[in-house]
Design a protein around this ligand. Structure first.
Ligand code: OFO
Length: 174
């Protein structure tokens, strides 16, 4: 059993994770159209992950006798200025999600809701990993610079990071 306040805060988080899933899907589409196949593969996988993050909260709410609500999702951007700007936006979105998770953790403490607190630990760790992953990509992009073949190298790097991430999860490359 969770409080109404917690139920609604978790439902908001569902919306945020759902938005991330569609934002990354939109980014994957842009990358694919730009010929950045490696970046597209990475973002399709991230989009799937975000849907999984969303579903995890969804199932949790119902499990603890709340009402999980299917979110309405705003249309994400369709165009991006550059692959550099795109990944900067991904990182900023992850930071926003981390702040939201921290707020949920604070609410669980406030309500002495140990069940939700324990459930959220997975997200705390996941956000640390995701922020580190995105920061790593931004670092590589910065090191590659803006030379004539930079897009080719950025795409190759992101593809390699995607393969490593997928191998780490024990799955297959998309
Ligand atoms: Fe759901 O972790 Fe990213 O946003």
């Amino acid at each position: 059993m969770i409080s109404k306040k917690m139920e609604s805060a978790l439902n908001e988080q569902i919306g945020l994770e759902g938005y991330a899933s569609f934002l990354y899907l939109s980014m994957a589409s842009w990358c694919e159209r730009e010929g950045l196949e490696g970046c597209a593969r990475f973002l399709y996988r991230q989009s799937d992950e975000e849907r999984m993050h969303m579903l995890r909260i969804f199932r949790y709410i119902n499990e603890v006798d709340g009402h999980a609500v299917s979110p309405s999702i705003a249309q994400p951007a369709l165009e991006f200025d550059s692959v550099q700007a795109l990944f900067k936006q991904v990182y900023e979105h992850e930071q926003k999600v981390t702040r939201a998770i921290n707020t949920l953790v604070a609410l669980s403490y406030e309500e002495k809701d140990h069940t939700t607190l324990s459930f959220l630990q997975w997200y705390v760790n996941e956000q640390r990993e995701e922020e580190a992953l995105m920061r790593g990509i931004l670092d590589r992009i910065r090191l590659i610079g803006d030379g004539p073949r930079s897009l080719y190298y950025i795409d190759k790097e992101v593809d390699q990071i995607n393969q490593q991430t997928t191998a780490g999860e024990g799955g297959e490359t998309a």
